[in-house]
Design a protein. Structure first.
Length: 282
């Protein structure tokens, strides 16, 4: 069968797809797979399922084997070395007074290389720091600068909604988010209300954006003059979820109408009436 399985290498990390081969796998199983970093221990994060025909099979690798006790011990040793490297690197950063924040440390499963992820506002001269790390760890060392969104993903935390950060739990990759998405959902444009702990626009602004765009189709926009069953007026508010609009009538009243009660013909007629009453150029 042409199946794939999702495997995660770090808690909250991205899920990568592999071919399960002849192994019968379930969520939580530990496996050894070949990656660009060599052999790595991963945990099955999604059930085995059929491969999407649009996903090229030649880009997938097979699960190498199931993890054994030696692999699990090697993985625990790897995590312990990561913690030790993290402490040492943090000490050297403070002693050298470098303007950078150490976020995470990743050691290859075979110990051939270790990567230090850090955040900084600008460029940092860390050449002396690299020398300190190589002398202490006796392996290849790489320092990799990351952005604020990846920083939040690695550190984790709780968002304004009271739940764990989406990026640290289930989001596989970051998507583009814009202020337009907040406007379409009639949200406050106060930066403190629509920004996440990373300081950027919240990823969840994208979740319902397409639904709001679809539901707004056929609804008169705020500020547009329309004809209602009670007379002409101007739309002052929209209730997208209930498909209703509040209209300030010309006689001073404000009444809510269902969007279905305001036909496109009535809306167009109001616009034409407004244009016909415009003063003509002389």
């Amino acid at each position: 069968m042409d199946n794939i399985v999702g495997i995660r290498f770090r808690e909250g990390g991205k899920i990568y797809h592999f071919i399960p081969g002849h192994f019968v796998l379930k969520e939580g199983d530990e496996v050894i797979v070949k990656t660009e970093k060599g052999l790595s221990l991963g945990i099955v994060a999604t059930p085995v399922r059929k491969r999407d025909p649009n996903y090229p099979k030649d880009q997938l690798k097979e699960v190498f084997r199931l993890a054994n006790d030696n692999d699990r011990q090697q993985y625990k040793d790897c995590l312990a070395r990561e913690e030790e490297a993290h402490r040492f690197c943090q000490e050297r950063i403070e002693e050298r007074n470098l303007p950078m924040v150490l976020v995470d440390v990743e050691r290859f499963f075979d110990g051939s290389k270790i990567i230090f992820y850090f955040y900084a506002d600008g460029r940092v001269d860390f050449r002396e720091l690299v020398k300190d790390l190589v002398k202490k760890l006796h392996t290849r060392v790489e320092l990799r600068q990351i952005g604020v969104r990846n920083k939040a993903k690695m550190i984790g935390g709780v968002g304004p909604c009271g739940r764990e950060l989406c990026c640290a739990t289930f989001l596989k990759e970051f998507h583009s988010v814009s202020v337009k998405m907040a406007k379409e959902q009639n949200l406050s444009l106060n930066p403190t209300k629509i920004s996440g702990v990373c300081g950027r626009l919240m990823c969840c602004l994208k979740y319902e954006y397409t639904d709001y765009v679809e539901m707004k189709k056929g609804m008169p926009k705020v500020g547009k003059r329309i004809i209602t069953p009670e007379g002409e007026g101007k739309v002052v508010r929209q209730n997208v979820m209930e498909q209703r609009v509040a209209v300030a009538l010309d006689d001073g009243r404000e009444i809510e109408f269902g969007a279905s009660d305001l036909s496109l013909e009535q809306t167009s007629a109001a616009g034409n009436n407004q244009r016909s009453g415009d003063p003509k150029p002389t």
